[in-house]
Design a protein around this ligand. Structure first.
Ligand code: SF4
Length: 358
């Protein structure tokens, strides 16, 4: 690719390649991707929507615009012979990197040896290797859309649930299920406090991980500022925000929930402003979409540096290199089955939970 190629040329070339590959190529993007990427994809969604979409895809090539663990999940759910590509393999998730498979395995083994019936529940924002450990210990994954339902699922199966890696999502979900603070315990990764009375009494053990975009960049002071500047404005945030932020606002929910609330507010026309606390590319896209009908304000302009690593030149580079397998994502064969099991358990449970009860 020429160094000085303009954005317009890059876009035109991406579209040309999409036309050439036709039904053999599908490009997916997470909602946190920039507009420059989203305009070229077949489907954008949150983690759950994207995971549900993969098994329905018949194209041979799936280009995933997101972070590494998402592409790994796509590999697990892809059909035999399908290939998954990620335009930048260094696009990791800082939260996912806070839980290493060997630490998770050590802690689950310790709990098992201590005779505690424990089910691990991993937020989908975790590495394939962590998912494989969770699968081996009978656990599942969840997304922010189904964390409440999946935590209930795990609670029904064990004395103790180990939720990882997002402490905030764990605590915010536990609150929605009515778990007291005494029933929760934040472990240390070294495992030195696992045997203390608070840990032994806890129904929910929480891994001390967090998403810097939501947990570090979105603060109570930002909520106070919005309240002062825009009195009466409803504020909604993502549950990766800290519980003190979630407690101050009018609601918290997954990316899909936040988008739906903005759509409803724009349609009703009763509210003039809505403030959303999540990744800025998404909030800005909603602001543009509803401009003139609803003012969508960011709680703060926080982006995810790893999501931003996927750029238009890298997407084009990936498409041009498909024939050579450039940027292809592969997963270790021995991790596939137990990791896949965690995704299948989640998707099965969600399907059953949706079915009307007799
Ligand atoms: S926004 Fe947070 S959770 Fe999402 S990919 Fe970035 S670091 Fe990970």
């Amino acid at each position: 690719m020429e160094k000085n190629t303009s954005r317009k040329d890059l876009s035109a070339r991406v579209e040309e390649l999409r036309r050439q590959y036709g039904s053999e190529l599908v490009i997916l993007a997470h909602h946190y991707q920039s507009d420059g990427i989203v305009q070229h994809v077949d489907f954008s969604g949150d983690s759950l929507e994207l995971a549900r979409r993969i098994p329905e895809i018949s194209a041979r090539h799936i280009v995933f615009c997101g972070v590494f663990f998402m592409a790994e999940s796509a590999c697990l759910l892809a059909r035999q012979g399908q290939k998954v590509y990620l335009p930048d393999h260094s696009a990791g998730c800082r939260m996912a990197n806070m839980a290493r498979a060997k630490d998770v395995e050590r802690i689950l083994s310790f709990l098992a040896d201590a005779g505690r019936k424990t089910v691990p529940l991993a937020y989908v924002n975790s590495s394939l290797a962590v998912k494989a450990v969770v699968g081996k210990f009978g656990g599942a994954v969840c997304t922010s859309s189904n964390a409440v339902s999946m935590m209930e699922w795990a609670m029904q199966r064990a004395d103790t649930v180990l939720f990882l890696p997002d402490q905030n999502l764990g605590q915010n979900t536990a609150k929605r299920l009515g778990l007291s603070e005494k029933q929760q315990f934040v472990i240390d990764i070294a495992g030195t406090t696992l045997d203390c009375p608070q840990s032994r009494d806890a129904r929910l053990l929480l891994w001390p991980g967090f998403c810097p975009t939501h947990a570090v960049n979105m603060l109570p002071s930002h909520v106070e500022n919005i309240r002062k500047k825009h009195p009466g404005c409803r504020i909604l945030v993502h549950p990766e925000c800290t519980p003190d932020v979630v407690d101050m606002v009018d609601g918290a929910g997954s990316t899909a929930f936040l988008i739906k609330e903005a759509e409803k507010a724009a349609q009703d026309g009763k509210e003039k402003k809505l403030c959303i606390g999540t990744e800025y590319h998404l909030v800005n896209r909603l602001a543009k979409r509803f401009s003139g009908t609803l003012d969508v304000l960011p709680l703060v302009k926080a982006t995810c540096p790893n999501m931003e690593k996927v750029t238009l030149p890298k997407l084009l580079d990936t498409l041009e290199g498909i024939a050579d397998g450039k940027n292809i994502v592969t997963v270790e064969e021995n991790l596939k089955a137990p990791a896949r099991e965690t995704l299948v358990r989640m998707l099965d449970h969600c399907r059953q939970a949706k079915r009307p009860r007799p």
